[in-house]
Design a protein around this ligand. Structure first.
Ligand code: KIV
Ligand code: ZN
Length: 396
């Protein structure tokens, strides 16, 4: 399995997966992880084939510094990144935290939009350009792999954004990330931003371009995929889509969209998708964030069918209502949930699974009694079916 951004370029179809569960993911209220949780999550991310693990924000706290340093020491394959603002002390701290990694990366960022420059940074455009050159140069003095991000890129005028990207590449940035920090962009706009920047900035081909999308309008995954069409080849994402506010693009969704729709999305990632369910469960456990039942790919209903029509189709051929196999994401099998929408075919199959073969009349009676029960009871469990059939046999 090839790793690190050095193997991806806009002319190749390999997409680098940059996981930021331990940094942007941890930034969402209530998702704080312990040192041990971070370490075990990083080991899992490395095992499943993530190319880059953003392990934390080393200047944020002593604990974050320690966690990033230990992840850097223990990670066998992936690049380990530490985040830094465009501040000398941040960059030095990030450099110190990642220095024991086999493949260290410093990820430094600065805001570029007029709103952020006026209200947050209180700096002029020229001052910010100067900061970019200075801080990227400093980071390149510490590591060979430097990512630079234009915070709030999608609300930055394209001319100024191009000047910023040019300054970052000249100073030695090897990855350029253009985040949709506030989750405002539409897919076509996001794709066009990458195409334009890559067309207009001299030496743009020296860097890998990266997407980083927030989900405020529910478009994080769609925007990330659109960015690939504009030439980006790194996707920043998190397990279960956790992250600031409405979260980041969900890693499992991005990976399975690429894997399932090779016809429309001619790309490849290095992720072993059979880890996805396990990864989702682990991140949910360590953050205590539940995964919504109908969450794409990893929700508990993602491979469950209740309606009679769907269950009948599934029993005849799984491709009728499933576009990927449960095994491909690490789920052992599809579940046919028995409820008031279920049909006779699924009911009969379920009874067979439970060890009952009923004749036509007994089956008909049992099915009627099952429907009555399902109208009264929210969940019909296997035990309910067993007692229903046992009663049927007593009365027969
Ligand atoms: O959303 C964002 O802009 C970020 C940057 C730090 C990359 O998380
Ligand atoms: Zn972010």
């Amino acid at each position: 399995m090839s790793s690190s951004s050095t193997t991806a370029s806009s002319s190749s179809n390999r997409v680098v997966i940059f996981d930021t569960t331990l940094r942007d993911g941890e930034q969402c209220p209530g998702a704080t992880m312990t040192f041990e949780d971070k370490l075990s999550t990083a080991v899992m991310l490395d095992d499943m084939g993530v190319d880059i693990i953003e392990a934390g924000f080393p200047i944020a706290s002593e604990g974050d510094f320690e966690a990033v340093s230990e992840i850097a020491r223990q990670t066998k394959r992936a690049t380990v990144a530490g985040l830094a603002r465009a501040i000398e002390a941040d960059i030095a701290r990030a450099g110190a935290a990642v220095r024991h990694a086999k493949r260290p990366r410093i990820h430094t960022f600065v805001s570029t939009s007029p709103i952020h420059l006026a209200h947050q940074m209180r700096k002029s455009e020229d001052e910010v350009l100067d900061i970019i050159s200075r801080t990227v140069t400093q980071a390149r003095g510490l590591v060979d792999d430097v990512e630079w991000s234009a915070m709030d890129a999608t609300r930055t005028p394209i001319d100024y954004l191009c000047r910023c990207v040019e300054a970052a590449i000249r100073a030695g940035a090897t990855t350029i990330n253009l985040p949709d920090t506030v989750g405002y962009a539409l897919p076509d706009e996001y794709r066009a931003m990458f195409s334009q920047v890559r067309e207009r900035v001299p030496q743009a081909d020296k860097a890998i371009f990266s997407v980083h999308c927030h989900n405020d309008l529910g478009l994080a995954v769609a925007n990330s995929l659109a960015g690939l069409e504009g030439g980006a080849r790194q996707i920043e994402c998190t397990i279960n889509g956790i992250g600031e506010r409405a979260g980041n693009a969900a890693l499992e969704e991005v990976v399975m969209a690429i894997k399932t729709r090779g016809d429309g999305l001619p790309y490849a990632t290095g992720i072993d998708s059979t880890w996805l369910t396990r990864a989702s469960k682990q991140v949910s456990a360590v953050t205590a964030f539940p995964v919504q039942y109908n969450k794409a790919i990893v929700g508990r209903n993602a491979f469950a069918h209740e309606s009679g029509i769907h269950q009948d189709g599934m029993l005849k051929n799984a491709s009728t209502y499933e576009i990927m196999t449960p095994e491909s994401v690490g789920v052992s099998k599809t579940s046919l949930v028995m409820g008031k929408h279920s049909g006779r075919h699924a009911f009969k199959e379920k009874l067979r699974e439970l060890g009952y073969e009923l004749g036509d009349n007994a089956l008909q009676d049992a099915f009627k009694r099952f429907k009555d029960l399902a109208d009264r009871k929210k969940h019909v469990y296997d035990e309910d079916l067993v007692s229903l059939v046992d009663e049927e046999m007593v009365h027969a």
